[in-house]
Design a protein around this ligand. Structure first.
Ligand SMILES: Nc1ncnc2c1ncn2[C@@H]1O[C@H](COP(=O)(O)OP(=O)(O)OP(=O)(O)O)[C@@H](O)[C@H]1O
Ligand SMILES: [Mg+2]
Ligand SMILES: [Zn+2]
Length: 255
């Protein structure tokens, strides 16, 4: 660095002038990490996670349980418990959490019981809380992400890079797993990602409107991995057929 170096006058962090290191208060010969480093690391993690800014506000505090169905109360408690126990269980085969639903068929109408119960909200709240602890979480919006992978399957390099991110991320949030029409390539891609994570004990947070039985029916290979991984934290929203006929609902939007 010579004397002609341009002088930058505005720094993101004036304390360390964006070097992320400062002199230690106790020992001026020692250098320590500036407090902006942690914030920057968190910001980078968020960018890498692909969890959008609007999601960052979603936490447990915002999840209301007053006067709501017991299952909603229990789901929130399980989510909080999962975050609390995460470090203890993360390297095990049962290190994941899943929010599931179920459905009834009335003639040609399907009534989905878990809709709007808060599956995505709680999944994102878990992700945000893990990220605050410095654990990287990547967001996998099932429909869009699988479509993108499928469309690029011929481009080996791109595909491996994209799929690789989802396979190896410290935590993967799979939102709306197997929603909509499912094809064989969809199943193959999901199995590839989930099986890799299962074998390497890498946790997933799953939300799906399907029940665990539905998942097995759709794809036994992927479904059985999910069941094993979420064994200790499988939250399945249910209502009896009588309750549904009576018009009961777990949907927060209709409360
Ligand atoms: N208990 C709750 N307290 C506060 N807001 C909630 C609660 N449950 C759900 N919401 C809000 O209601 C909306 C729907 O919830 P969410 O998207 O989590 O439902 P979902 O179970 O994922 O439904 P879907 O099956 O449609 O994906 C979101 O805006 C969410 O923040
Ligand atoms: Mg959802
Ligand atoms: Zn700084």
């Amino acid at each position: 660095m010579g004397q002609f170096q341009t002088i930058q006058t505005s720094y993101e962090c004036p304390i360390c002038k964006d070097t992320e290191i400062v002199e230690s208060k106790d020992d001026k010969w020692k250098f320590v990490s500036c407090k902006c480093a942690e914030v920057k690391r968190y910001k980078k993690m968020i960018q890498r996670s692909q969890i959008g800014n609007q999601f960052l506000k979603i936490g447990f505090k915002e999840f209301e349980t007053n006067g709501r169905n017991e299952q909603i109360v229990e789901a929130k408690a399980a989510a909080i418990d999962y975050v609390k126990n995460f470090e203890k269980i993360r390297k095990t085969k049962n290190n994941s959490i899943g929010f599931f639903g179920m459905s009834y068929k009335f003639g040609d109408q399907i009534k989905k019981v878990g809709i709007g119960a808060g599956k995505t909200h709680l999944s994102i709240a878990i992700a945000n809380n893990l990220m605050k602890k410095g654990i990287g979480v990547m967001y996998f919006p099932y429909k869009e992400a699988v479509l993108q992978l499928k469309q690029n399957r011929m481009d080996e390099e791109f595909y491996q890079r994209e799929a690789g991110k989802y396979k190896t991320s410290p935590v993967l949030l799979v939102d709306d797993l197997f929603k909509g029409k499912i094809t064989e390539p969809d199943k193959d891609i999901m199995f590839e990602i989930l099986n890799y994570r299962y074998l390497n004990c890498l946790p997933v947070i799953v939300s799906s409107e399907l029940s665990l039985d539905d998942l097995i029916d759709i794809d036994e290979a992927a479904g059985s991995r999910i069941i094993q991984m979420t064994k200790n934290y499988a939250i399945q929203f249910k209502l009896s057929i009588e309750d549904v006929r009576r018009g009961a609902s777990l949907n927060y939007r209709l409360r």
